[in-house]
Ligand binder design. Sequence first.
Ligand code: NIG
Ligand code: FE
Length: 412
Amino acid sequence: MSISPVASILIDDLAQLASPAGRAAPLRGADLRSLDVIEHAAVAIVDGVVAAAGDRERVLRAHPELPIHDAGGRAAIPGLIDCHTHAAFGGDRANEFDLRAQGAGYEQIHAAGGGIAASVAATRAAAGEGSLGAALDRHLAWMAAQGTTTAEVKSGYGLDRDTELAMLDAVRAPHAIETAATFLRAHAVAPEFGEDADGYLDFVLADVLSAAADRAEAADVFLERGAFSAAQAERYLRAAAGHGLALRLHADQFSEAGGVELAIRLGARSVDHLEATGPGGVDALAASDVAAVVLPACALMLDLPRPPARALVDGGAVVALATDFNPGSAFCDSLPLVMSLACMQLRLTPAEALAACTVNAAWVLGRAERLGRIAPGYDGDVVILEADDWRHVAYHLGGRVAADVFKRGERL
Ligand code: NIG
Ligand code: FE
């Protein structure tokens, strides 16, 4: 994990301060939409941590020593947390975007050697010439400009020892925002192994898992037809758990292939995508402690069925939202846009969408004690919006919503 420097500041003259209320993370059911909105507020951040937040006069009286940032009557929300990205990659796949607009399918492009394999070639080249860190920083700057102050970033575009470890090292290096590294070695079978997924996994588990476990917080797998089967995913994830890594899964993106059941059986932190999840999977997740991470920008970009976010929330599942930022299926760095999609297409309320990419996303990343709310003791991660009503973060579709972003009190 990389954590940015700390600063002290008093953010004054907030028309509204909106922060998820109530119970400890993760939030479920009706708790997901329980939000504290304080009018005429201020936030005092001392050495990177919130010391006071709420009524403006009270906060100003308690912290006369702090330098003041004038928010000019705008609204503030907690720094957004993107708990699922693939932001460390070389090149882009604008050509595939063009092909898909002409009718080609994502799985078809993947099977023909494009897709993930194209990004593997570009990412190996970037790592080889030493430009991968710069590419990641550029992507993280895009995310921060939209209000993201913490991002999970996966490996999985190297698929060889050196590039995968270089990806994890790039993620762990210091950045303007906080990052969490996930080892996604089972993203696709490396080109050197042809179709031999089992042979590739034998090699991965023997070759690189322990070095990766020193660098990553979690392991992830793409469980899907054309990628890895449930049995293969189980072998990979059990080995990763043995090295102390938290478990994540990409599952039910195109087909239900046992990913939800496996995630629950292994006690995974999350199962992500869920565009193809039916009522049985919804019920199973609702009765479990595995977070359902929904990625509406990916569903939009690939024109997939919408993930059943409303049913998951109503059933009581732990629901989080993320961008899935990657060069193929979701070239989208904006959590505000994802919140808009969640409200318009998945029928979440703005308050539910906010909690899903603050408190619950922090929980998915094992950071709920420190991130996801603006409250005393939490890190001073604050987004000042361009509006005086916090709901503009989701309402202003594709707009410029973040006026100023603070990470641990430091203005980005
Ligand atoms: O989460 N589904 C698998 N992996 C990524 C996409 C990777 C790519 O197309 O480069 C995802 O959508
Ligand atoms: Fe993904």
